[in-house]
Write a protein of this length. Structure first.
Length: 343
């Protein structure tokens, strides 16, 4: 294929993706010049599950897609992986538009370059842990010795050593999810797709699996698209967060950007209970007025989060100077501004 994404660092590029459900969806879009109103959707009895969504996912980036139930987040994931063929739009994967390749090419891309983990583990009940993990390699006709050796490596990576011969029914929910994760990594995918993989787990196991996920990512550096409805999970795991509502992409950015500059009331409600002190950096809220440092007053760094400097600022009798990476004073931060931002 000759189509290329905007940048070599972009692994996935979604451009003007629509996923509509209802008779005559493509004609409906064309008739309304790709700008149908809510009333027009209702009149035509068509559901706009994904509506004109565009974004990129970069090399080694974790992009969290979140929203309430019915917002379109899981449908969007299925459009990217072509488990659903979009009504309209382009989905570039490593520079290739997946909407224009053959079924055979798409199958090969899924088998060799995509890893997928879903909320429901989908393990084969009659196969052991080792056999479940090796299954994607079996589909690729990899010889048994090679695929079992790879499965043994992954068993250790996900912390299931000693349980190679267990069947899924003999494992806890968290252990079954680890098998699902290991299986998705067996093909050494370019991009990893996860659709609410931990939502069925109890809180303690969920936290444990999030820790495991971060440990794996520190080793593997995959490009990841991760669907969740939990903002705390999105903050903890993601580099950027995309928030969807009624099929629309409302806002995309870092957790700090969403907290300090919410696009609308919907986003603001999502981030209302976010741990602001852990997310907002000094540089985001400082007074940019540059001034000389008071003698004996140690400056704070602009990339420090407020939690790390709050006590010092609250105890200081004056505004504290802020410095950049070069040690240059770029502003100040005082008690009044800190209290206003946090409370």
């Amino acid at each position: 294929m000759t189509n290329s994404a905007p940048s070599d660092s972009v692994k996935i590029s979604c451009r003007n993706v629509w996923q509509l459900f209802g008779k005559g969806s493509k004609r409906f879009l064309a008739k309304h010049n790709f700008h149908p109103t809510a009333d027009q959707f209702a009149e035509a009895n068509i559901i706009g599950a994904v509506r004109d969504v565009s974004f990129d996912v970069h090399e080694s980036e974790i992009l969290m897609i979140m929203g309430l139930s019915g917002s379109g987040k899981s449908t969007m994931l299925r459009c990217i992986t072509q488990l659903l063929s979009p009504t309209s739009g382009e989905v570039f994967f490593n520079g290739v538009d997946l909407t224009k390749i053959s079924a055979q090419e798409l199958t090969e891309t899924r088998r060799h370059k995509m890893g997928m983990v879903f909320q429901h583990f989908g393990l084969l009940p009659h196969r052991t842990v080792l056999e479940n993990i090796a299954f994607p390699l079996e589909i690729q006709n990899i010889d048994r010795t090679t695929r079992i050796a790879k499965a043994r490596e992954l068993v250790e990576i996900v912390g299931l050593g000693g349980r190679e011969s267990y069947f899924p029914r003999e494992l806890s929910g968290g252990q079954q999810q680890r098998v699902g994760i290991a299986r998705s990594l067996a093909v050494e995918p370019d991009v990893w797709f996860l659709d609410e993989p931990f939502s069925a787990l109890d809180p303690l196991i969920r936290r444990e699996m999030q820790d495991e996920f971060m440990r794996l990512q520190s080793k593997l550096n995959k490009s990841i698209v991760f669907v969740t409805h939990d903002f705390d999970e999105a903050v903890r795991l993601g580099d950027r967060i995309a928030i969807m509502k009624d099929g629309l992409l409302v806002q995309i950015g870092t957790a700090e950007e969403l907290v300090t500059e919410p696009a609308d009331g919907y986003v603001k409600a999502f981030v209302e209970n976010a741990p602001k002190a852990k997310l907002i950096t000094v540089g985001k809220v400082m007074n940019p007025e540059v001034r000389e440092s008071a003698e004996g007053v140690e400056p704070i760094k602009e990339n420090a989060v407020l939690e790390d400097v709050a006590q010092r600022i609250m105890l200081s009798g004056e505004d504290v100077p802020v410095v950049n990476k070069k040690g240059e004073i770029v502003g100040t931060l005082g008690k009044e501004k800190l209290v206003k931002v946090l409370f």
